[in-house]
Ligand binder design. Structure first.
Ligand SMILES: C[S@@+](CC[C@H](N)C(=O)[O-])C[C@H]1O[C@@H](n2cnc3c(N)ncnc32)[C@H](O)[C@@H]1O
Length: 211
């Protein structure tokens, strides 16, 4: 799942400070059960951006077992709040146990169902929205999530380089690759967004709402 040469990715991962018992256990379980979590390098990036902008209200689109949720909830601090979403009841039950073990259950709301529908149903604006849903939904996420950010807020999106399938010259796009390509194009063309793509792990895009 990395665009980087294997050795570089291994170096980055081996350089990271150790995680606590909960995150370490979740990383091991995700590897064993092939759950596609962001992993510790992107987890740190999420937490760093959240802290840089003083994020207090965070909405997560596609949260699985709550690994990225825990990074974001810790960064948001005791006065912050993270809305978890996932389409799977089983994932949500597991995430509930994980956020409790991580000591952040009081600042996490678990919502089950379609992530964008749950976003539409949740009032207020957000400092940071983290997008990690099924890739064909990415263009729709852009349309519906950006208006929910405060000015200065961030839409952070995982997998925007999609395992090296977004490259030049382009290869034949499947539906997921085409949707991510369109998402990246729309982000860079958006007059209200300042976007960068960070080639960390599978590619992370950070789009800041300007106005
Ligand atoms: C890549 S995993 C999320 C990993 C999580 N962000 C992490 O790093 O710990 C994607 C998750 O999003 C959920 N999902 C995908 N599309 C969704 C949608 N439209 N609405 C709600 N959940 C969705 C899937 O069930 C899956 O658990």
């Amino acid at each position: 799942m990395s665009l980087l040469l294997t050795g570089l990715d291994d170096y980055l991962l081996s350089s990271l400070p150790p995680r606590d018992a909960v995150l370490s256990r979740m990383e091991a379980e995700a590897a064993r059960r092939r759950i596609p979590i962001v992993g510790p390098a992107v987890g740190r990036l999420l937490a760093q951006y959240a802290r840089l902008i003083g994020a207090r209200r965070v909405f997560e689109l596609g949260s699985a077992i709550g690994y990225s949720t825990i990074w974001l909830a810790r960064a948001a601090g005791p006065d912050g709040h993270v809305f978890y979403t996932d389409g799977s009841e089983e994932n949500a039950a597991e995430a509930r146990r994980n956020v409790e073990e991580a000591g952040v259950a009081d600042r996490v709301t678990i919502l089950v169902g379609d992530a964008l529908t749950r976003l539409d149903e949740t009032d207020g604006e957000f400092d940071l929205i983290f997008n990690d849903v099924d890739k064909e939904g990415y263009p729709d996420v852009l349309r519906r999530a950006v208006p929910r950010l405060r000015v200065g807020g961030l839409l952070v999106t995982d997998n925007v380089l999609w395992d090296g399938r977004l490259r030049l010259p382009p290869c034949e796009d499947d539906a997921e690759t085409a949707a991510i390509r369109e998402f990246n194009r729309l982000c860079y063309a958006h007059p209200d967004l300042e976007t960068t793509i960070i080639p960390l792990r599978d590619g992370v895009s950070v789009a800041r709402r300007l106005r």
